[in-house]
Structures are given as C-alpha cells and as structure tokens.
Design a protein around this ligand. Structure first.
Ligand SMILES: Nc1nc2c(c(=O)[nH]1)N[C@H]1C(S)=C(S)[C@@H](COP(=O)(O)O)O[C@H]1N2
Ligand SMILES: [Mo]
Length: 444
C-alpha cells in the first residue's frame, strides 16, 4: 500500500491529474505527510488526493505566503544579483531571523517583521528583533576596502573609508523606521506585494555622521539640487531590461532641513549586515524606503531622479473620476499600535493595562486615545518626554468588571493635528495603511 501511494505521489503521475507538487515533508515521529501542491482548482486536487483519504485523513489548506517560500525551495534557491557585490548566505540570514523570533514573510530576499506585542515596546527595539526589508540579496561588504564615493555636482569628489567616516563629527539619534507597506495585508481588496501585517516598524538609536558634514566637505556646486543615494545591492526587476540597483534621492533642501545621518552604528553596536553594514542613510520621519542601506555612493544631480524605487514604486496611486492620480509616499502617517494586551489575550477582570507606541512623521505625538468596547475615547498617558523622530510609548489602565470579549482601539493625533482614520484609503500599491488599530481581548 505504501509503495502504491508513493508511486501515486510521483510528480509525473500528479501532473496527469493537473496537479503540480511543489514540495513535501514528513515530521519526525509523526505519521503525517505534508505537501504543497498547485492545481487549477481544488476538485482536481481532491481527486488526486482520494488515494490518501482511503488510508487516513486529509486536510487541504489554502497556501500562505510562507508556503510559497518553502515551495520556492526555501532559503536555498539562488536569486539573480547584479554582481557588483558578493552576498551573504541567504540560508544563514533566514535561520538567524527565525531564531531571533522574527516573522519571516519571505526568505528570498529576506523580509521579516517584528512580532507585536512580544518584541515591540519600550524606547528601542534590540537589533536582532528589528524588522528587515530587502529588495535583493544582502551584500557582504568588506569594510577594509569599503568606500563611500561622493561625486556629481560637487567642488571636490570624496572617497571615504570606514575609518574616515568614524573620524568625522558624529551624532546619535533615536529614530523610528516604518516600511510604507506596513499594514498592507489589512487592505481590502487584497494588494500584491509583501504581505506586511503591522510589524514592519521598529525604533533604534542610530549613530553616524550628519549628512551635511560630508556634503559641506565636498562642497555642493550651485547647480546641485538633488542628492542621490546608491546602495550596493541590486538585481533584475520586472519592466527593466538591465539590472537595477537600490537608489533613492532627496532634494538638497530636504537634506538641509532634516537630521539625516550616515549611520554606522545601531543601538551602540556596529550596523548589522542585514541593516546596511557598514553604512546606511537614516532619514528621520520618512517612510524607511528613503533610508538607503549598504550606502556606497552619493551623487549630486541638477534634476529630479527617476529610478525604479523613486518613480515606479512608493507612490500612492488612486483612480479619481476615471483619472489616475498619484502622490509620493514621503512622511510616515500618524499611527498608534497596541502592544499590550496581545490580540486574543486572556486577562482576569479588574484593572487591565493597555500599552503601546505611537508615531508620526509630520510632528510629535500630541495625544493617544483609547476606546474600550466601542465606548467614548479616553486619553492615554504619554510615557516619558515628547519625542520628535521616534515613537512615543503610552499607556492607560482601565477597569473592566464584566467577563467576555472586549474590543480595544487606540487612535493617535500629532501636534500638526493629523489623526488616524477608521479605515485608510485603499491605494494601488498598498502604502500608508494607518487605520486605527484594534485588538480583541478575552476578559475572564
Ligand atoms: N540598499 C537598500 N536600502 C534599503 C532597502 C533595500 O532593499 N536596499 N529597502 C528599504 C526599505 S523599503 C525599508 S522599509 C528599509 C528597511 O530597513 P531595515 O531592513 O533596516 O528595517 O530599508 C530601505 N533601504
Ligand atoms: Mo519599506
């Protein structure tokens, strides 16, 4: 019987049923066979599975993103690189992230979110728990030959080594990075792209050289208007014939007005490989796509840059009255997250602590309000001093006397008067979903 089933399972046989087997596994000590299969419709799959149903029980689940990672060969599948820099072993990077407790959305390129509430909370997120967003493989840059090249419309081209950068004046800033796609998975109807839940946000203390220290040393020529930041990573991208590298730009006036950092340390440690070692840009208040990792080049231009990650992606796009309308995703939208209690958490009735963090790119947080069981908004207490570039912890102790399920919502408002919507406006690429966060808690 066993041999018969194994033959039935062979890929050529499965294909005759219109089923493509993508991967299989058995768990040691368990009489269960798992596999990932693709079929035009579920009936074909069930027909193929009939043989298994006769000897045991059968469960069919729709595949998640995670299943696609496994089906794609997991961490071991090669991915095209532009070839400019060697990459770190993707299997190691993925393993490390899983061991740290990150939620791996995709192994290749490595994309993982910070679980809420286990790891978010407090002023900074430890490096191992900081969310990771990559578009390509992780470059493995040799610090002994690394150079940051500064060129284009400057008086003096610069080529700075890691030591040169460490010897320049430094600054430390606590900055929250949030991916513009954070919360994308919660948009209805669903949107293509990384299926971020709410953990593509983290805060760290960054140390490095203020960008203007370097630009002033190079001397920007009067015609220089735009600052282009180039990462060492790259690869092939749909719609582009040649390899594309990760590049973003900012206007020179935006660079002058903000506390931009060329960071080489994160929470007092050297920048980890996956966060841009040995150098990354940190752009406070902006969606984190602006904070280019593995920064190897800065170029002064006289006109706006139109590269892939500047022009094709990271725009809000809507259709209004049949006309396409678009607007770049720039500053982080105001948002509060409830980190405690965890969703579906059970807690005895009496005093219940509601805690979380709140941030906004436009201004510091003015207030966070909490609504319990659909009731009125009560103001939470902001913990610690007001912060400008980093999230603000907050808390509210409520008293609950009735057992049962309780809905808790939190809404932040910043000093610029921006607040969160009940539902964020759907946009084609799924950016900026700052809808009010809600968790259900079971009161015992
Ligand atoms: N060179 C490079 N920089 C990059 C990216 C990238 O893929 N390559 N991703 C960007 C995006 S979209 C985000 S959200 C942040 C994530 O930073 P983190 O991985 O340190 O959390 O890095 C940004 N900088
Ligand atoms: Mo991002």
């Amino acid at each position: 019987m066993g041999a018969m089933l194994l033959n039935h399972l062979s890929r050529p046989n499965a294909r005759q049923y219109g089923v493509e087997i993508q991967g299989e596994a058995v768990v040691q000590g368990e009489h269960t066979l798992y596999f990932i299969a693709e079929a035009g419709d579920e009936n074909r799959l069930r027909e193929f599975m009939q043989a298994f149903q006769e000897v045991g029980s059968l469960d069919v689940y729709p595949a998640s993103t995670c299943a696609r990672v496994v089906a794609g060969g997991g961490c071991a599948t090669p991915m095209p690189m532009s070839g400019s820099a060697p990459a770190i072993d993707p299997a190691d990077a993925c393993q490390q992230a899983m061991e740290a407790g990150l939620v791996v959305q995709r192994a290749h390129p490595l994309n993982c979110e910070t679980p809420i509430p286990a790891l978010i909370g407090g002023a900074a997120v430890p490096n191992a728990h900081f969310y990771v967003r990559n578009h390509f493989q992780i470059p493995n840059l040799d610090p002994s030959v690394f150079r940051l090249e500064v060129g284009g419309l400057v008086e003096r081209e610069l080529s700075l080594s890691v030591d040169d950068l460490h010897n320049l004046p430094s600054q430390t800033l606590t900055v929250t990075l949030e991916c513009a796609g954070n919360g994308r998975a919660l948009f209805e109807p669903p949107i293509e792209g990384e299926k971020w839940n709410l953990g593509a946000v983290s805060t760290a203390e960054w140390t490095g050289v203020p960008l203007m220290e370097v630009l002033d040393r190079a001397g920007v020529r009067p015609s220089g208007r735009e600052v282009l930041f180039r990462g060492a990573d790259g690869g092939t991208v749909a719609g582009h014939s040649g390899p594309v590298c990760f590049e973003r730009s900012l206007r020179l006036d935006q660079c002058r007005d903000a506390d931009l950092l060329l960071a080489y340390a994160m929470n007092g440690e050297p920048l980890p490989l996956q966060h841009g070692y040995p150098l990354r840009l940190v752009v406070p208040d902006w969606y984190a796509v602006a904070s280019v990792k593995w920064l190897t080049g800065i170029e002064l231009l006289d006109r706006p840059f139109r590269g892939h990650y500047q022009h094709d992606k990271y725009w809000y796009e809507w259709e209004r009255d049949g006309e396409p309308v678009r607007e770049p995703a720039t500053l982080q939208r105001v948002r509060a997250l409830i980190t405690e209690p965890a969703p579906e958490h059970q807690t005895p009735r009496g005093d219940v602590a509601i805690r979380g963090v709140a941030w906004s790119g436009a201004a510091a947080i003015d207030r966070v309000e909490v609504s319990v069981g659909g009731g009125g908004w009560q103001q939470a207490r902001l913990v610690g001093e007001r912060r400008r570039h980093s999230w603000q912890p907050w808390e509210l102790i409520i008293s609950v006397l009735e057992p049962g399920m309780l809905t808790v919502q939190a809404r932040a408002t910043d000093l610029a008067g921006r607040t969160q919507p009940e539902r964020a406006e759907w946009n084609r690429l799924g950016y900026g979903n700052n809808a009010i966060h809600q968790v259900e808690v079971r009161i015992l």
